[in-house]
Design a protein around this ligand. Structure first.
Ligand code: PLP
Length: 374
């Protein structure tokens, strides 16, 4: 085949659209040698806080550290339990384990891939301290219900917004519902740096002070180490790149929604599940995830047709080897379990051309002629 592959995501294409802004941002950091911290970092924190409409954004090294630091700042540790969805990237449960607490998994919604709020109450115990909803694939979790549940039981809520920059419920952005939020700026995320990066967001000034201290060696003021902390900081280059990219985020998300709409329209006659969005919810389409019983065969067919599809994620969290000792069974999490073998992510990124979208749809349809049993 002489036509180019359809990449799963195309970071270079995005760079080309904003090359001058990015190059200038990088050059200015190097000119000023402000590599760790400095005005670029505080500038990005202020800009992202303004975007979210929250008082405090504290940057850090990545979106896994950010969750760990927040849990630590809340004093969550050994003996405590934290409720997490059964379907996510490992960071969500890993952060809980890394502070010494136990992740308690809850199955996901049959259609929306976010934590099934109707199943949360039954796993709350006297040891439960917090809930970490994940806005998986960019679709917001049911925050209004979760927040009222958390209020009733005195639990903290930490939103994992790694896939949901700019997603919203009735006009209110994800990250602004919980007591704190965690963002990843891993390069492939909707707002991505050119390396690892992350941040924490909250309207709680006391929490903001503590997380900033933990992320910077326990210091409050230079050489005043109130506790042992850690080194988890955003560097100046990443901050400058993120500041250059932030003004584009909403337009990029709009473009992602355009790709998703074209896919859903183009696939609607086929016997496979396309993403559903609740009324009033704004999906950020970090990923466009379909479901079919012929997932493996379709994935292979797409790859042979020059389309990079992928699986997010092949193993649900409770069934990962690292949690084998928990003794979870497949029927403890029936939706997450069945999703493992049925979900498939099609390429979605803002710069996708109409031709690329057409070629993905053609590739799925040409498999369809072979068979997709329901
Ligand atoms: C990417 C991601 C993270 C964490 O990201 P880092 O790679 O540590 O920045 C956390 N949760 C989810 C759901 C993610 O997709």
């Amino acid at each position: 085949m002489d036509t180019q592959r359809i990449l799963f995501t195309d970071l270079h294409a995005q760079y080309l659209t904003i090359r001058e802004e990015i190059d200038a941002a990088i050059a200015s950091v190097i000119r000023e040698s402000a590599y760790i911290g400095g005005p670029g970092v505080t500038g990005f924190e202020a800009a992202f806080a303004r975007y979210l409409g929250l008082e405090h954004v504290v940057s850090c090294a990545n979106g896994t550290d950010s969750m760990e630091i927040i849990l630590k700042a809340w004093g969550i540790g050994p003996g405590d339990e934290v409720i997490v969805p059964a379907q996510s990237w490992i960071s969500t449960s890993e952060a809980v384990g890394n502070v010494g607490a136990r992740p308690v998994f809850v199955d996901v919604e049959p259609w929306h891939h976010t934590i099934d709020v109707g199943l949360v109450e039954r796993v709350i115990t006297p040891r439960t301290r917090a809930i970490i909803p994940v806005h998986l694939y960019g679709h917001p979790a049911d925050m209004p219900v979760l927040m009222s549940l958390a209020d009733r039981y005195g639990l903290k809520v930490l939103e994992d917004c790694a896939q949901s920059h700019g997603a919203a419920i009735d006009g209110r952005l994800t990250g602004t519902f919980g007591h704190a939020a965690s963002f990843s700026f891993y390069p492939g995320k909707n707002l991505g740096a050119y390396g690892d990066a992350g941040c924490m967001a909250t309207s709680d000034p006391d929490l903001a002070r503590r997380i900033r201290r933990i992320a910077n060696h326990g210091q409050e003021g230079k050489h005043n180490h109130l506790t042992e902390g850690r080194n988890s900081r955003l560097d100046g280059l990443q901050a400058a790149i993120l500041s250059a990219k932030l003004p584009w985020l909403d337009r990029w998300n709009e473009a992602r929604r355009g790709v998703a709409a074209a896919y859903s329209e183009g696939l609607k006659e086929l016997p496979l599940d396309t993403p559903r969005v609740w009324q009033g919810y704004l999906h950020a389409f970090h990923l466009y995830v379909i479901r079919t019983d012929s997932r493996d065969a379709l994935l292979q067919h797409l790859r042979e047709s020059g389309v990079d599809a992928a699986i997010h994620y092949p193993t649900a969290l409770p069934f990962l080897s690292c949690y084998a000792s928990f003794g979870h069974r497949s029927d403890d999490f029936p939706t997450a379990f069945s999703n493992q073998s049925r979900i498939l992510s099609l390429p979605v990124y803002p710069e996708m051309t109409a031709d690329a979208i057409r070629r993905v749809l053609d590739a799925v349809h040409s498999f369809q002629h072979v068979s997709i049993p329901r």
